[in-house]
Design a protein around this ligand. Structure first.
Ligand code: ADP
Ligand code: MG
Length: 279
């Protein structure tokens, strides 16, 4: 713990509280903005790692972009602070947990999945139009607020978290490639927009099926399935659902559907019932 964390007050501005969660390279704490009494989530990243991988300049660039990217379905980054040893990201506190805790209780009906998917695509489209790519869309990065609205977290920041994980060990423990596009696994350089669309396709599949499209106990067998785009739709998927998911999970990024075409699809455009919107 840094001295700032030990005494519980950060930069004279925030009182740090309990640990909310941690990923493979950061810890996220509850914090209170002393002047306003407002609660925030404070993500803490060790500076040493960032400097080690020579990412400081890129991080500064990404942060200035993130501060400009404001969208109702993206976790808002308020400000960034630094101490000698740490970087602190003050962001909106999202209290409804992860979207996938909903799926854990059972797969979603088409209408409910459509509401979340529309919000997810709206967030992704907004960022892509500003040249920001997520590159790490997965369950832990999709949260729900208290009104049941979807909030994507880690947007833009994932570009450098990838680098931080390049020490190999951390990379393997950071887990499942289940949401990652084949061209990303191939490590050949890729189009961030197309990679995000693939991950959204996996997320939509999971919402409607209750399980992953690409699964295997053997990691190499799973990679092979991803590379071939080898998945099956369960019988309860409608033909429109199948059509859209198949176009999103196209292993060839060049022929994979674009965001604008997703938004024009019959499945996407169906109105969501008012009851869901009021939730
Ligand atoms: P990492 O980049 O190391 O994976 P994350 O940004 O994913 O770190 O944060 C780790 C965990 O902290 C998340 O999985 C989530 O449970 C929690 N968390 C992150 N951001 C917020 C937030 N804004 N509000 C509430 N909880 C959050
Ligand atoms: Mg994470």
């Amino acid at each position: 713990m840094s001295p700032e964390e030990k005494c519980g007050v950060l930069h004279g501005k925030y009182e740090l509280g309990r640990l909310l969660g941690h990923g493979s390279f950061a810890k996220v704490y509850h914090a209170m903005h002393l002047q306003t009494g407002k609660s925030v989530a404070m993500k803490v990243v060790g500076k040493e790692k960032v400097i080690q991988v020579g990412m400081m300049e890129q991080i500064k660039r990404e942060i200035s972009i993130m501060k400009m990217v404001k969208h109702p379905n993206i976790v808002n980054l308020h400000e960034v602070m630094a101490s000698k040893t740490k970087i602190y990201f003050a962001m909106d506190l999202i209290k409804g947990g992860e979207l996938f805790s909903k799926v854990a209780k059972g797969r979603l009906k088409e209408d409910a999945a459509r509401k979340y998917f529309q919000q997810l695509i709206s967030a992704i489209d907004f960022c892509h139009s500003r040249g920001v790519y997520h590159r790490d869309l997965k369950p832990e990065n999709v949260l729900l607020d208290e009104e049941g609205n979807l909030k994507v977290t880690d947007f833009g920041l994932s570009a450098f978290s990838d680098h931080l994980r390049q020490d190999g060990l951390l990379h393997t423990t950071c887990g499942t490639p289940a949401y990652v596009a084949p061209e990303v696994i191939g490590n050949k350089g890729y189009d961030g927009a197309k990679a995000d669309i693939w991950s959204c396709g996996v997320i939509l599949y999971v919402l409607l099926a209750g399980f992953l499209p690409f699964q295997d106990d053997n990691i190499m067998a799973m990679y092979n399935k991803i590379h071939r785009g080898d998945f099956k739709c369960p019988p309860w998927f409608s033909s429109e659902t199948r059509r859209l998911i198949t176009k999103m999970l196209d292993p060839n990024p060049n022929s994979r559907i674009s965001i604008s075409k997703i938004m024009e699809s019959v499945w996407f455009k169906k109105p969501v019932s008012r009851k869901l919107n009021e939730k």
